[in-house]
Design a protein around this ligand. Structure first.
Ligand code: SF4
Length: 279
């Protein structure tokens, strides 16, 4: 299938993204700062900075090799972030001209990349840059949005017609855990809404990372919600590779890896709901 961005009116998408950044409401924090004038909001992202890019072979088998581009900065502060050295330091990384990255993407495509995978940190604060890059890409490479899914509705609308595959991390089954571990308010309503929108807008591949001691409050409610609202045919990856990183050792509930028993219970729960379980 032809990637959506090749058919999109990129100038219009860019104009809409600029509008959202004037009083920034790219994500539901809605900081209201003028990002076009260099003001920064909660995420601290001033301009799009790329920490690294490479052919990723560690993603789901269906999407590898995935040409993955990591942005510095994030609108979440997850205390267990495995990429904290880039997600929590928006000033790190390099500013690279959109045309230059576009040529690099084209080279990756010629060398066998199946897609471009925008991630971070988080891609949302760098949406305008992503659109400016895609405006210059001339090869039919599918586009992946690999995200915490805290975008506003308006941001989702801009993504519609640009993104082929949505790859969300559905982390929490309730707002309390999201606030305590990621410093994010109003998590569940926003993220679940965006899952519904994404299912209509493109392909959806959901990831859920099982956290130790969070089966009842997070894993099971997340899986229940997905089964009830998106169906059990949706692509679901229940991930067991959590390891305590960054500040996780300060939080008793998540200061260890998950046990086999916890992981098995998560997979079994998913199977019982009717999912074809990957993990
Ligand atoms: S993208 Fe950054 S500046 Fe914009 S609303 Fe979200 S946290 Fe605030």
């Amino acid at each position: 299938m032809r990637p959506k961005f090749l058919e999109a009116d990129m100038e219009e998408k860019i104009a809409l993204a600029r509008e959202l950044m004037e009083k920034c409401e790219l994500c539901e924090r809605k900081c209201g700062v003028n990002r076009l004038e260099g003001e920064v909001g909660f995420c601290g992202v001033k301009e799009a900075r790329i920490s690294t890019y490479f052919f990723h072979y560690g993603e789901e088998p269906e999407i590898i090799p995935s040409f993955t581009i990591f942005f510095s900065g994030c609108n979440f502060n997850c205390v267990y972030c495995q990429n904290w050295d880039i997600s929590q330091f928006p000033e790190r990384g390099e500013v690279i001209e959109p045309e230059v990255i576009a040529r690099i993407i084209e080279g990756a495509y010629e060398n066998g990349a199946k897609n471009v995978n925008w991630v971070g940190g988080e891609p949302t604060p760098s949406l305008l840059y992503i659109l400016e890059v895609l405006k210059h890409v001339r090869v039919p490479i599918p586009i992946i949005w690999n995200s915490n899914f805290y975008m506003t509705r308006k941001c989702m609308k801009i993504l519609d017609g640009v993104i082929d595959i949505y790859l969300p991390d559905f982390k929490y089954g309730n707002d309390e855990c999201a606030l305590r571990l990621s410093n994010v308010p109003n998590y569940f309503k926003v993220v679940s809404r965006n899952h519904k929108l994404a299912q209509k807008q493109g392909e959806l591949m959901i990831r859920h990372l099982v956290l130790p001691n969070h089966l009842e409050c997070c894993t099971k409610p997340v899986l229940d919600w997905i089964a009830d609202n998106l169906g059990t045919d949706v692509y679901l990856n229940v991930m067991g590779q959590y390891r305590p990183e960054y500040k996780a050792m300060k939080f008793k509930d998540i200061d260890r890896r998950i046990t086999w028993k916890e992981y098995e219970e998560a997979l079994e729960y998913a199977r019982k709901l009717g999912f074809r379980v990957r993990g």
